[in-house]
Every structure is written in C-alpha cells, then in structure tokens.
Write a new protein. Structure first.
Length: 350
C-alpha cells in the first residue's frame, strides 16, 4: 500500500493481540471456569508468537491464572471495568498513517442496543491515555462501528454486510451512500464491497462479515458454504456464495473463493448457536481457528485454511465455550499493526 494512510489487512505485520478477560460480572458467570480455560489456551497460543494485551478489572487474579502457562514477558495488562469480552467489537480499529499507528475509537453500542456497553465503550480511550498504545488517538465516537463488521485487504478495499452496517439501531440516520462515503473518508478506501446475504442462527451481531466471509492474501475470500439443502442456512448462504462470485478486485478480477465447512448444528439450552469456521484470527505467520469437537469439519477447516494461507502455521483452538455466548475466536480478539503497543517497542529496545 503506497498511500500514506490505510487500514491494514489482518495479515499486515502485527504488534500484538488484545483479549478482554471474562469475570463473574459478565454474562460468562454461569460457565466462568469453562470459558476461562478457553481464554488461557488463547493466551498461550498468542503469547507464544506475539505480544498480548489483557484488559481486565482483576489484573492480579488473571496474572495468577497465567503464571507458568504463558510467556509473561509478552503479556501486558490494563486494569479497566468491563461489561463483556468481545474485543473485536469494542477494541480500536487501527490504521497506519505515514508509517505510524492511528488509534480509531468508534462507538460500540452493544450491537445495535442489544446489550449494555457503557464500560466497554471506554476501554480504548482508557488504554490510550494509560500509555498502552503508541501513535495518534482519533475520536470517532459519533459513529457506531465494530471491528467484526469490516474486512480490509490493506489495498483500499473493505468487505462488509448490509445487514449489519445498515442496521437502524447503529447509524440509522445515515443512508447506505453516506455510510459508504464515511468509510472511504476515514479509512482512505477505494471501494466498499457489500454482501447482502448470509446469516447464522443465534448471531447477535446482525451478520458480521467475520462470521461469514474473510479476505485472505492474494485476492482470496474464505467463506462458509452450506451443502445441506435441508439446513435453514442453505438458501441464504448459497445466495451469498453467488454474490461473492460476482465481486471484483480493484484490478477488475474475480476473487478466488475457498469454501469453509458449515458447522454441524450446535445447540445450548434449546437454541442453535452460531458456530462458524470463518471466525479465525490471522497472526504473524500463524492462523488460529476455532474448532468445535467435530473431527471431520475441524479437519476440513484446517485444510481450507492451509490452502488460503500457504506458509502459515494453522492452529486449532477449541471454542465450544465461546459460542455459548454467541461468538467465537475472532470475536474475542483484536490485532494491532506493528509499532502499536508501547511494551512491544520497549522489548525491542531492551
């Protein structure tokens, strides 16, 4: 990317990853031990490769949980009150301007006023003013935008869904044209590609793109494909697939499509959960992807991601606990482009 201001792709070199830790005052209380084990596994995988920022109101407790299990030299903490744990959506969306990070703080309103988010909405500014981030802070709190709602290729294209970005409970006073222009202005984009189909039962996000279709290096889109014609998702995901075939890169070429398997139906307390293999996290040289104790599908997802990310280490992390609160691996993480985390630079200097 030659422009002086751009929204990096997730595979752009990273400074580290954010996790916002679950506690007894979040919706995880009823399965706190189970979900904490998942978070420890995530922390282990992340800290073995890059810096890990943990946001929590209980720093000493979380530190004691992690001692001896993760590389603590690569962990930094911010003590902060939180409503929940979805770092993808309350975390900053970081751009790069003249080679330096820009911390863009958008409003998070609980996915269209579904859940309380007053504490989570303050996390990014708290982290910045605590000295956690390098670079410039830009206040966009007059606009609702979640990180899971957009996918960037780092070259001026963003992929999103109309179901989410046009939700009347987010920026309902704005038209599609106005929202598209806003995204182009803020992120210095050349095109916004809209996906109008696709959903997952049990999803609270109004069809975040990171649950359905993901941009990958080399003009590739990895997407959820449903082969079961009797499944409630079949028609909508088929329509999404057909629309993805029609999308074009800035160079006018079609994207290469790589199908991810549809998870077998997963239920909890009688409700179908939005288990998806599209909710993977791209890191420096590795891809962490969610598994659901479905050997055939877990393996098929591994094979698809191996094709989409040649040369990357593909690592599965069991995320059955996460989907009980209607999210998965990508939803609970947020990556930062290189040079963003202050502790990362200090480690280099040391």
């Amino acid at each position: 990317m030659t422009d002086t201001h751009f929204l990096p792709a997730e595979w752009y070199p990273q400074s580290g990853i954010q996790l916002t830790w679950p506690h007894e005052n979040t919706d995880w209380d009823y399965i706190l031990e189970e979900v904490t084990e998942c978070y420890i596994n995530l922390a282990r995988e992340i800290s073995s490769r890059e810096m890990l920022l943990i946001v929590t109101p209980q720093v000493d407790l979380v530190r004691s949980l992690l001692e001896g299990k993760v590389n603590m030299n690569r962990v930094t903490f911010v003590q902060c009150d939180t409503n929940d744990t979805w770092a993808r959506d309350h975390g900053p969306i970081t751009t790069v301007k003249d080679g330096k990070p820009v911390i863009n703080d958008f409003k998070f309103n609980g996915w269209g006023l579904k859940f309380a988010a007053d504490k989570d909405n303050l996390i990014t500014s708290k982290c910045f003013y605590d000295g956690t981030f390098n670079g410039e802070y830009v206040n966009h709190l007059n606009f609702v935008l979640e990180g899971g709602a957009i996918e960037s290729d780092g070259e001026g294209t963003v992929l999103t869904t109309s179901e989410c970005l046009l939700s009347k409970n987010r920026n309902g006073g704005s038209t599609k044209a106005e929202i598209e222009q806003y995204l182009k202005d803020v992120f210095n984009l050349k095109q916004v590609l809209w996906v109008d189909h696709g959903y997952l039962a049990g999803d609270d996000t109004d069809s975040h793109i990171d649950t359905l279709a993901r941009l990958c290096p080399g003009n590739v889109i990895a997407y959820v494909k449903c082969k079961d014609t009797t499944d409630e998702h079949y028609e909508s995901l088929k329509a999404m697939e057909n629309q993805l075939k029609e999308l074009r890169t800035l160079g006018g070429e079609p994207y290469k499509l790589i199908a991810l398997p549809m998870s077998e139906p997963v239920y909890f307390e009688g409700e179908r959960l939005p288990a998806t293999y599209a909710n993977f996290l791209i890191m420096n040289g590795a891809v962490l992807y969610p598994t659901y104790s479905q050997p055939g599908n877990d393996a098929a997802a591994f094979n698809a991601l191996t094709e989409a990310f040649p040369g990357y280490e593909i690592v599965g992390v069991n995320c059955e606990a996460l989907i009980k609160q209607h999210g998965s691996l990508h939803c609970v993480t947020m990556q930062f482009p290189k040079d963003t985390l202050a502790k990362e630079l200090k480690l280099w200097q040391d």
